[in-house]
Design a protein around this ligand. Structure first.
Ligand code: PAF
Length: 281
């Protein structure tokens, strides 16, 4: 597995792959890899000949009171994890490579979608994400890029960005991976105590209740919000519950098959997000 720390050696590698007609898939990460990332990498292998994983803890997507400093950084474990998953190359840029201090800063944002839902309580989060992802796509020029379904709003925002800026990269969304308790895997789950995990599992249980309610014919978003709240642990502070159109993220009042429920909350300062697709015949 190659390791690249600067853009010139990365470009040289990428150009060699182009000359050899090798298709490249990128899995962008912030490290602290887990089975959720493993499934993105496995998905990437089905799309391309070579899989590149980037690990960059992007300061722009953290607010002043968020966990940038304490975010886990098990770099040696991450490298081994990628090797075991037959990753071809790791891109491990420093902050100055991604945001060169001597370059004029160009801001990439999708304002209309970035201010919704997670963007309400994390005002700079999505512009941080689009800024880093666009830079990674321009540096690596992958044929495809893969994101996790858990961060569904992030996926839709990056998809819009790619489409509106005519980038040639194809974007894919990989299904959520859950632990045995149903908790959606996230690097931040490392912060959860045993009791927290018990409480966090109530998110999945509540979303299952919503899914069942939809399948039994309850389609009113207000009623479904009540269903979700009812089985949620009282230790979770709800940030938002939104029933949305799966493409535009516009709120819906009556569910149509294929719409989504988006959830975000905090549990002892740990932010947890989750989503379900709501289908019925
Ligand atoms: O989902 C993440 O891990 C991050 O938001 C991403 C896409 C790697 C950008 O830093």
């Amino acid at each position: 597995m190659y390791e690249f720390y600067d853009k010139d050696s990365l470009r040289e590698y990428r150009n060699t792959l182009k000359d050899q007609n090798r298709r490249v898939a990128l899995v962008p990460t912030m490290g602290a890899l887990h089975e959720g990332h493993a499934s993105l990498i496995t998905h990437a292998h089905t799309l391309a000949d070579e899989v590149i994983v980037s690990i960059f803890l992007n300061p722009l997507q953290f607010g002043p009171n968020e966990d940038f400093k304490r975010y886990p950084k098990p770099l040696d474990d991450d490298k081994q994890y990628c090797k075991d998953l037959a990753v071809s190359a790791l891109f491990l840029p420093s902050n100055d490579i991604i945001y060169p201090p001597d370059a004029v800063f160009t801001n990439v944002t999708v304002p209309s979608l970035s201010s919704l839902y997670c963007g309400q309580s994390r005002p700079n989060f999505f512009s941080g994400v689009t800024n880093v992802v666009l830079r990674l796509l321009n540096l690596i020029d992958p044929d495809s890029v893969i994101f996790g379904e858990k961060d569904y709003q992030q996926y839709i925002i990056i998809k819009s960005c790619i489409e509106s800026l005519f980038l040639p990269t194809k974007i894919y969304c990989s299904p959520i991976i859950r632990n045995q308790q149903g908790i959606a895997l996230s690097s931040r789950n490392r912060y959860l105590s045993k009791q927290d995990r018990h409480d966090a599992a109530s998110i999945f249980q509540s979303l299952c209740k919503v899914k069942d309610a939809v399948q039994s014919g309850i389609l009113d978003a207000t009623e479904l919000t009540a269903v979700l709240k009812k089985s949620l642990s009282p230790n979770i502070t709800i940030d938002y519950i939104a029933f949305v159109d799966e493409k535009s993220l516009t709120p819906v009042t009556m569910i149509r098959s294929g719409n989504r429920v988006l959830f975000a909350g905090t549990l002892n300062k740990t932010r947890l997000i989750d989503t379900f697709e709501l289908t019925f015949s």
